[in-house]
Design a protein around this ligand. Structure first.
Ligand SMILES: [Zn+2]
Length: 341
């Protein structure tokens, strides 16, 4: 597989696009993310920028991509004619519902050169291939538990089987000692109906502003949306200081919302009252209105598509504290949200 450097792939071939995004009204979800943490998909669809991977994680992911051709080469030795696929080629779109599309990139295709075990493969039969490099510990878990512990991979392979109409060949490599194992699947390990239902609920949730639509505990590590996790704050305690300060925050928030409503209404009436004149002055006030043109923004996605290295222009603001106040019950109608401080 040749290394590629288009805009959406890193020099190492890893796909840089978000896990999920909208193209017009269509939600595009990457096959590699479809079985992963639901809140990551929902938050990506909502346009929330994920945490940047650390240099170490980026390197680990890039290394994973570099392992792929070696895995395919090794599997081929067992009697397969292997067609590897460049990272930017063979993009496969699978319509899941009328508004959801899963986008996947098969790692390759394998055709049996002879009849073989395991799986009673017949000469000439063609499979879609997914390859994964794993650390020793993860590899051992996979050997013991298979897809039971790797739902994300199971979903990814199932989607590729669905998209190509081919049976699947899943190959894993222990990156610490180079050992490679492969297995063929006649039936998708996860049924399409299950995947469809899951993605439908996630997308609908995201559209309604629910960033954890399946109420799952996040198992991803490291999670690029960890800042959306409900933080574990320990046991319930009696603390009047916390109660009164949180109450102040909640009430102020409520009053702010009411005040904003009043302000909007008053401005609207003022504008109407000013009519054509546009401005007036009294002894106490000077008021005016004008039509303001919309703000200019830059479509960074389009820029990337046109070959601009958008990341090179990124600027990072100063960090700040986020104080979360969430009412857990009783008095009032406070809903959980966040305020910067
Ligand atoms: Zn998470």
């Amino acid at each position: 597989m040749a290394t590629t450097t288009t805009d959406i792939f890193t020099a190492e071939g890893a796909d840089n696009r978000p896990n999920a995004y909208y193209e017009g009204a269509t939600a595009v979800i990457r096959a590699s993310a479809a079985g992963g943490s639901s809140h990551v998909i929902a938050a990506s669809l909502a346009g929330i920028t994920p945490l940047e991977h650390t240099a170490r994680t980026r390197q680990y992911m890039a290394e994973g991509v570099l392992h792929e051709p070696a895995i395919l080469t090794r599997v081929a030795e067992d009697g397969w004619l292997m067609e590897s696929v460049g990272a930017e080629q063979a993009e496969l779109d699978i319509p899941v519902t009328s508004r959801i599309l899963v986008r996947c990139h098969p790692d390759g295709f394998a055709t049996a050169r002879e009849d073989m075990q395991p799986g009673d493969v017949v000469r000439g039969e063609r499979f879609v291939v997914e390859a994964k490099a794993m650390s020793r510990g993860v590899f051992e878990t996979y050997e013991r538990k298979g897809f039971d512990e790797f739902y994300r991979y199971a979903v990814q392979l199932s989607l590729q089987m669905e998209g190509t109409g081919l049976p699947g060949l899943f190959a894993v490599k222990n990156r610490d000692n180079g050992e490679v194992r492969w297995q063929v699947f006649r039936t998708p390990p996860v049924a399409m109906a299950e995947i469809r239902k899951r993605l439908l609920l996630i997308e609908r949730g995201a559209r309604m502003g629910d960033l954890n639509p399946l109420k799952e505990k996040c198992e991803s590590f490291p999670c690029v949306m960890y800042f959306l996790h409900d933080h574990e704050v320990g046991e319930t305690v009696e603390d009047e200081t916390i109660d009164s300060l949180a109450e102040m925050v909640a009430r102020a928030r409520e009053r702010k919302q009411q005040a904003e409503e009043v302000e909007r209404e008053a401005r609207g009436k003022l504008r109407e009252y000013l009519g054509e004149a546009g401005k007036r002055r009294t002894k106490t006030w000077s008021v005016s209105y004008r039509e303001q043109e919309g703000r200019v923004t830059y479509d960074t996605k389009k820029m990337a598509e046109d070959g601009v290295d958008v990341q090179a222009y990124a600027r990072k603001g100063k960090g700040y504290a986020v104080v979360t106040v969430k009412r857990l019950g009783k008095i009032g109608d406070g809903d959980g949200d966040e305020g910067g401080a």
